[in-house]
Design a protein around this ligand. Structure first.
Ligand code: HEM
Length: 416
């Protein structure tokens, strides 16, 4: 009802917009109405073009191979490593390469061009979330004190970096008389659009659109991959099944050649891997809780009155564990529940499996996200066997808006 049936009556609303706009501006995650429709159209079109699909695929393959080489060095020296941090750096590299067309190389070293940006972006995300529980934030912002003063400084670092990249791209394009339509990165597509519609697509609006894409693409896949590795280490037979599936689909015994051989067809044939990632998201959805503001008085199908301005929450984390939705074994990790008798993946209704939301605002990057996660998982599981470095350690989630593994995930890898 809130996501589709009465979609127009529920949205981000003034409440979310006011809390988040200092960082996310007028980006897709915080707006409703025409602004949302405009960006949704741009994003849907952007993600479906062949050039961007091919380009992002190549970026994922090369970054997965890069990560495999790093893990190989840990495996050689029998050293443990923290994989969530590595995924974060790698997905940051991937989203910047596909979105802005620049190589940040977060994975390559600690003192990279984007390290200051990444730290400031993560910190501002955390601080801005605190506004939901700090009733004094507006006064603190007015007086420029405490967390609000820090937030202002962090947002400046974020803005300087993003504007620099936008200007750089504009300069590169004008100096080479480059045909924007031929460029593969998403920013070039939006710059092309801004040429047609300069009034609506100001530099600030471009900054907002791009920053929202970074937010969407960075933590979501890194967090899911971390929970996925946690679950397959806890369930070694699942890890073995994925390994066997990957071996059947792609032949190659060398990391770079293997990752080059990955294509849409081979990824589509990895049904068990797709099922395991979906099962991971059922139990550990990146957005564990989501809210919609009600725009005018309404009655929910169950008979509850909702007043204008009320906020309705739905919780993918709880929904994923409900027995009446998933059966008696709802709490059990069982990828097979997603497969038919022939081992073919069976999608579930997004109103039941709500990790990507549902209705007109369903995640626009869902397909890209699966391609990225499957590429990384296939490359890593083909060449290594993973185990938890401390089997007794209980893993918790971090209290934040996205479901991250608290204090990261320490693993050991053995060469296959
Ligand atoms: C496992 C990975 C991912 C999950 C679980 C996920 C989940 C979600 C969810 C729950 C929303 C709705 C948020 C809200 O409106 O409150 C959303 C929206 C969105 N996602 Fe994803 N996402 C993932 C990856 C990605 C990636 C890789 C991209 C693109 C680079 C992306 C792009 C977007 C965009 C642009 C929206 C806004 C859609 C709109 O408001 O119309 N997502 N995603």
């Amino acid at each position: 009802h809130i996501l589709k049936g009465n979609f127009e009556n529920y949205g981000k609303g003034w409440y979310n917009y006011t809390n988040l706009k200092d960082l996310f501006g007028d980006g897709i995650f915080v707006v409703d109405g025409d602004k949302w429709r405009h960006q949704r159209k741009l994003a849907s079109f952007g993600f479906s073009t062949k050039a961007i699909k091919d380009f992002s695929g190549a970026v994922f393959r090369s970054n997965a191979a890069k990560l495999a080489h790093i893990i190989a060095s840990y495996a050689n020296s029998n050293e443990k490593f923290e994989i969530q941090g590595l995924f974060m750096k790698s997905t940051m590299d991937s989203i910047f390469r596909t979105a802005f067309g620049v190589e940040l190389n977060c994975l390559g070293g600690s003192d990279h061009a984007g390290s200051e940006f990444a730290k400031a972006f993560d910190a501002s995300g955390e601080i801005i979330t605190l506004r939901y529980i700090n009733v004094f934030w507006k006064i603190m912002r007015f007086l420029n004190i405490g967390s609000e003063a820090t937030l202002k400084k962090k947002i400046k670092v974020v803005d300087d970096f993003v504007y620099k990249l936008i200007h750089l791209r504009i300069q590169q394009i004008s100096s080479t008389a480059n045909d924007l339509a031929k460029n593969e990165d998403i920013l070039s597509r939006f710059l092309e659009e801004s040429k047609k519609d300069p009034q609506n697509m100001s530099l600030k609006y471009l900054r907002d659109i791009m920053l929202n894409l970074v937010l969407a693409g960075k933590d979501s896949t890194a967090s899911t991959l971390s929970w996925f590795f946690y679950l397959i280490c806890k369930n070694p037979s699942v890890q073995e099944k994925i390994y066997r599936e990957v071996m059947e689909v792609i032949e190659s015994s060398e990391v770079d050649a293997f990752s080059r051989n990955i294509n849409d067809e081979s990824l589509n044939n990895m049904h068990y891997l797709h099922a395991t990632l979906s099962e991971t998201l059922r139990l550990y959805p990146v957005a564990p809780i989501d809210n919609k503001v009600c725009f005018s008085d309404d009655i929910l199908p169950g008979g509850y009155n909702v007043k204008k301005g009320d906020i309705v929450f739905y919780q993918p984390y709880a929904m994923g564990r409900m027995e009446f939705l998933w059966g008696e074994d709802a709490e059990i990790f069982r990828p097979e529940r997603w497969l038919d008798d022939d081992g073919i993946f069976q999608p579930q209704s997004p109103y039941k499996f709500s990790a990507f939301q549902a209705g007109p605002r369903i995640c626009v990057g869902k397909e890209v996200a699966y391609r990225q996660m499957k590429t990384f998982a296939a490359v890593l599981l083909r060449f290594f066997k993973f185990k938890l470095s401390d089997k007794k350690k209980v893993v918790h989630y971090k209290t934040s808006t996205t479901l991250l593994v608290d204090e990261g995930l320490n693993l050991e890898a053995l060469h296959r």
